[in-house]
Each structure stands twice: as C-alpha cells, then as structure tokens.
Design a protein around this ligand. Structure first.
Ligand code: IPD
Ligand code: CA
Ligand code: CA
Length: 260
C-alpha cells in the first residue's frame, strides 16, 4: 500500500520545493497585502504560491482535487484530495522572520496518507507516507524520548479567537511553570515537524485549521508521536489541537487547578 503513494509524494515534494524557492526569492521584499486583520495578514503571495502548487499537483494527477487555505479546485469529495497550506507562517514571512513553510497533504478516500512540509530557508523537507518512515531530507526521524514535563520544550498558542484567549493565557501560565522552555514558532506545521524530529516535545493550541496540520500530522504520527484534534461544532475543519511525543503526561499536565 505504501508504495502506491510514492508517486504522489514525489510530486508533492517537487511542488513544495518550487513554491519554497518562489517564496525564498521574494523573502524580505515589500509584499502586497490583500487583507489586514487584527491578528493576521493575507498576502498576494499566499494566493500565488497556492496557484503554483495547484498547477503542479493537478498537472500530474488531473483526477485529484485540492482543498487549500487560499481556495479549492475540483470536487471536494474526490477520491484523492490534496490539502494545501501554501505559506504556513505568513505573519512571520511578512515581518521578515525566516520561519515559515509550505505544507501539502494527501487524503485518499477520506484518510490522510501522505504529508510533505518544506522549509525553504533551512532547506528542510519533512515527509512521510502513513505506514512508512518519517523522513527529514531523506533521513529517518523520530520523536524525542523525553517523558518528564520538567525536561520538555512545549509550544503553546494562547489563541486570539472567540474568547479562547483567557483559557489559553491561564493554560500558558500553568504549563510554563512545569516545563523547561516554552517556544512559539509561528508555524503550526513546522512545530509539529519539530516534534516529529525530536526537537520539541509538545504543542497545544486552541484553534487551528485542517490545512495547518494535515501534512505534519502524517509526519508526526509516523515518527511515533500522538495528535488529538477536537473539531468545532460549527466547522469541522477548525478546532483545538494537542500533539506530543507520545511519552509526556500531557493530558495530566494540562489540567488547570482552581488556582491556576
Ligand atoms: C497560522 C500558523 C500559526 C498558527 C495559526 C495559523 P498561517 O497559519 O500556523 O502558527 O498559530 O493558527 O493560522 O495563517 O500562517 O497559514
Ligand atoms: Ca497555516
Ligand atoms: Ca497559510
């Protein structure tokens, strides 16, 4: 079964590398802002990178469809559905912080089977086919062996939407007392890949979208990690996430006591 998806992975990697080169070339230049929100920006480049990726994917697999942050192509109930985030970490990109990536997942008959996440600044390509090995630039990676919160590095997003901020900030304070370090990278996909590679140990965020984590989920789970996603009632593509190396007592650590 694994080899069936190898051709899809090759094309996803080519698309991610091309989009990554496109973004790297324009990094640090003045960007056209399509939309400026309180806690986010949308760049013209988000759309251009998605178009570039979509062209690649559909040229190689015309029967497949694309679900992307910047728009969809084809039937969303297609047998093969690509899930694309052309820039994960747009705010970083816009501010000249070189931490962002291109994320491409493949869903086959509703199941995530392949993920590719490319960081053009570090030239790091994370990939996995479910049931195979998780790779970084072709070399196997695995989650960390750390099992105590006291030695963990945890990414914790405290959320900016729908009143989730308050709980998030309490949780942030609560967790930060227990761990070695807190880090906030600004890219959900890269964070999950860093857990897959044993660099980080856990990730907690109140609200992210399917395209933020689809590809990295395959990579993380293949590398031995765990991920739980709790979709929102009103929109199943958005929800809360916890992800970890599968060894830390994360559920326990997250429990807020009344004084937290
Ligand atoms: C964002 C990043 C960020 C996460 C946000 C995402 P974008 O994606 O992954 O780390 O905290 O929830 O929306 O907007 O840069 O593609
Ligand atoms: Ca994203
Ligand atoms: Ca994005």
């Amino acid at each position: 079964m694994m080899n069936d998806y190898a051709a899809y992975l090759t094309v996803a990697q080519q698309a991610a590398r091309d989009a990554g080169a496109f973004l790297k070339q324009r990094f640090g230049c003045i960007q056209q802002v399509d939309e400026s929100l309180a806690h986010d920006v949308k760049l013209r480049l988000d759309k251009e990178a998605q178009m570039l990726i979509t062209r690649h994917l559909l040229a190689a697999f015309p029967e497949s469809s694309v679900l992307g942050e910047e728009g969809n192509s084809g039937r969303q109930d297609a047998e093969f559905l690509w899930i694309v985030d052309p820039i994960d970490g747009t705010v970083n990109y816009f501010y000249g912080i070189p931490i962002f990536c291109v994320s491409i997942a493949l869903q086959h008959r509703g199941r995530l089977v392949m993920g590719c996440v490319y960081d053009p600044m570090q030239q790091e390509c994370f990939s996995a086919i479910a049931g195979g090995a998780a790779l970084l630039n072709g070399m196997p990676i695995t989650v960390s062996a750390r099992s105590r919160m006291a030695e963990a590095i945890v990414f914790i997003g405290h959320g900016t939407h729908d009143g989730s901020g308050e709980v998030g900030i309490r949780r942030f304070a609560h967790i930060s007392r227990q761990v070695r370090k807190i880090r906030i990278l600004g890219s959900a996909a890269l964070t999950l890949c860093y857990i897959a590679a044993g660099r980080f140990d856990a990730y907690v965020e109140g609200r992210i979208c399917l395209w933020d984590f689809a590809a990295a989920r395959v990579i993380l789970e293949t590398a031995g990690g765990s991920l739980e996603f709790e979709p929102q009632e009103e929109d199943a593509a958005r929800g809360a996430i916890i992800a970890w190396n599968g060894r830390l007592p994360l559920h326990e650590a997250l429990k807020l006591d009344s004084n937290a």
